[in-house]
Every structure is written in C-alpha cells, then in structure tokens.
Design a protein around this ligand. Sequence first.
Ligand code: SF4
Length: 371
Amino acid sequence: MDETRYFPNKVYVTKDSENLPMTQKILENTGHLPVEIILDSRELIEDVLMSRNPVGEGKKLLLVTHQRGGYVKPCPCTPKYIGCNYFIINTELNCPLDCSYCILQLYLNNPLITIHANTSQLYLQLDAFLHKNRNRFFRIGTGELGDSLALDHLTDRSSELISYFADHPNALLELKTKTVNIKNVLAHEPPGNIVIAWSLNSEKIAGEEEIGAPSVHNRIQAARTVSQAGFRVGFHFDPIIHYEGWEDGYGEIIDDLMAGIDKDKIAWMSLGSLRFPPALKPVIQKRFPQTKIIYDEFITGKDGKLRYPKPLRLRLFQRIFSDLKKAGGGEIPVYFCMESGDVWKNVQKKTPRSKKEVEKLLTLPLGVNGF
Ligand code: SF4
C-alpha cells in the first residue's frame, strides 16, 4: 500500500488550545517539526491569503485551534435535488490531498489545514444532539470539509469517534477517505454502526486529478483489510468524470472492487457526476493548468452548479450501475448524490419521495436503526 502520510512544514497552535489533550497528542506526533504558539490565527491566515497560491501554501501549514461554532450540522447537500438526511461533524477543515476538482479551494476564509482540538465540546454537543433526537436515527460523517483519515496519524480522531459511537446506537458514523491511513481503525473491534468509506474513481482520473492520493487499487486493498477485520465499508464513485475510455476505466474498478471485497460487508455505494460552482473553474484553471476535466460540455443545474447534460449523466450512471450488477453487486444499496428523481427512476427504476426514504434505503438492510 502506498502509505504517504502527511506532515506539515510547521505547526501553529492558538494559545487557548495549547493545553488541550488533542493538542498534546498532535505535538507528540509532530515532535520533529517547528511549533509556534500564537494568540490569534487571523494574522497568520491573512498572510497565507496574500500569497500567490493560498490553497497550496495553506496545505503546508497545520493550525491547531478551537472550533468556535457548532460541531454538528446537517449536510448542506444542494438545494432542489434529493438529499440523504446526512449530518456532518466539523472536526477538521481542509485536506492535505490536492484534487483538482476539490470544492474546498473556494472556501478561502481559512486555507490552512486546521484541526479543532476542543474535543470535549464536540462530545458535549454530540451528547446533547443525540439525546434530544433519541427517537431518531442519524447517519453522521466527518468527511465533508476534509478527508476523515488523512490526519488520523496525527490526531487518532478515528479511535475516539469509533469508541464514542459504539456506545450511541441511534447514530451511524461514516469515516470517508481517499487514503490508506487505517492503522488506528484496525486497533478497534468493529461496532455495527461504523462504516469506513472510500471515494473511488478510475485509475486514470485518480492519477491525473487526485494529487497525493493513493492509487484506487490500494484504496480497495485498504477497504478489503478493514472489511476483513469486520467493519462495514462504503464506496463513493464521486465525481464520476467523462473522458474517452471512461467505460473501461470505471469497469475495471468495479471488477477490482467486487473481486476484492465481500459484498455483504458493503453498506452502500453512491454515484455522483462531476459538478462545480462556476466560480471554481478559474481556480482550477490557475492551479491545474494541465487538467482537461473542466472543458467538457456542461449545463447549469437547478442549484446553479455546472454539471453534465442529463443524457450524459444517465449514460455514466446506467453503465456503472449495470457493471455493478453484472459483477454481483445487485443487492448493494446505491444512491445518487445530488440528483433528481428522474435520474433515480431512469437508472434504478425507483424514486425515493424524500430524503427520509433515501435514509431508509441505506440503513434498513444494516438492521441498525429500528425503523
Ligand atoms: S480528498 Fe476530498 S477534501 Fe481532500 S482534496 Fe480531494 S476532494 Fe478535497
């Protein structure tokens, strides 16, 4: 497995976070690196924002600080499409990998790799949230504003979260990654309400557009190891990208996946095609001048994002879905990320009427939610 672990050039710690246990753990794990204690992160962030490549410069620096707002939030999804009733925990912000299509390149109020260290607040907020909603079941994940495992060798966040959720059966935690950073996960017994999920793509797209990420084959090998240890796993083909030869490119990954993983261990898969706000295009052009993925034909969707025209999206989804069935994955729950009812109907012959129905589709087969 190509396990290239991230280390920043320098660690900054805000004074109010200096003595927190999470900060101490990070400092132990980055002991060879320069550290600076700062009173306030604003000046540092402004300096990075003034540089020629704030996103690239920000990835070299680690900021350990407090999460000032709420840790737990509903996934914003995208207006006017069918969502999946997902909640997110903002434990980290930004990501050491560098995917050309990454939406985080637009969130420029803080480009540093940021770890929120006031962990006790996180668990107090989770306690309150899960208790208040104790008659509901939640899917919760950490992989919206970063990669769930890319910093795990510094934080051991996965261990804390797995232990916490093992004692809270009215929620299911998904850790979503492109890395093979699974050592801490493997140190645990596998609770039924934990899903370790990988974002997959064709090897060509991964090699050209997902800079710093392991090969897709190695991600599947990591998923195999985790599933053989008893964990449930999930897979996200997202963003599916159209290029000459995409049929074979994605077909090979489906074959690799279905040959390598026991399908009973696969909790779900999602399919999502390339989509991005128009404002991301000039950022991609500047940071990744060699990429071709932004020069295909796009329409503006109901949410204002650029996406492939529907006939092309349907072709991509139908082919991948049918390859999955042919490879023996017909029973695996599959959902679409940010798509219309029409797309569901055309590909899967069923249309969930609400995000609650999507949630049931995903959680009923797992037998974890009491519906
Ligand atoms: S792994 Fe995800 S969060 Fe990290 S750069 Fe790629 S798209 Fe962005």
